[in-house]
Design a protein around this ligand. Structure first.
Ligand code: FE2
Ligand code: FE2
Length: 188
């Protein structure tokens, strides 16, 4: 409709200062913000059709679990390259992996269990009451993990490797991108 703006509840607001020189990682981080904002908006505005809630939640959690596992795996590969070829602190790699694992075993698991509960027991509560707080917690985790890091992410953030990459010369950035591409074509 001309002049209308679609209402969006923003759990994560993107700023250009969060951008990373590795575009795939950058797109994935932005996509996470878009996905979580849209999911929360659907719930706040009760946009999910009656009778379709279980399917909707199932689709969302399955997509998000897959998305997270793919993003974390790719990011961990990039950090490995940084450690082995660009003198990045190897201790950070271990901490970063532990941080990603902790996200699964704490926040994402809780959300998956809440959705599973809904699928078994049906409409005993509103969807916002059921998963609204989990979506907020997950969004906070992503925001702090992408940006500054703080207690809830164990002090580990993507900003550590991002600022390292952003300090590279143009030549080094090209070398890094070539390393990433060549690794993605090689068998393990
Ligand atoms: Fe990360
Ligand atoms: Fe990340």
């Amino acid at each position: 409709m001309p002049g209308s703006t679609e209402e969006l509840f923003k759990l994560i607001e993107w700023k250009s200062e969060y951008d990373c020189a590795v575009r795939t990682l950058n797109c994935q981080h932005k996509d996470t913000a878009i996905f979580l904002n849209k999911w929360f908006t659907d719930i706040k505005l009760q946009r999910i059709k009656q009778g379709r809630v279980a399917t909707y939640l199932d689709d969302k959690i399955q997509y998000f679990e897959h998305f997270c596992s793919q993003h974390f795996a790719f990011e961990e590969d990039v950090i490995t390259i940084l450690c082995t070829r660009f003198k990045f602190n190897p201790e950070h790699y271990e901490k970063h992996i532990a941080c990603h694992k902790n996200f699964y075993s704490s926040l994402l698991k809780v959300l998956a269990e809440q959705i599973s509960y809904f699928k078994k027991h049906g409409d005993t509560t509103t969807i916002e009451d059921l998963i609204g707080d989990s979506l907020k917690d997950i969004s906070r985790w992503w925001f702090y993990h992408i940006t500054t890091g703080e207690r809830r992410t164990g002090g580990v953030s993507d900003n550590e490797y991002r600022s390292y990459i952003n300090s590279f010369s143009p030549h080094q950035k090209i070398d890094l991108l070539n390393e990433i591409v060549s690794k993605s074509h090689l068998p393990d």
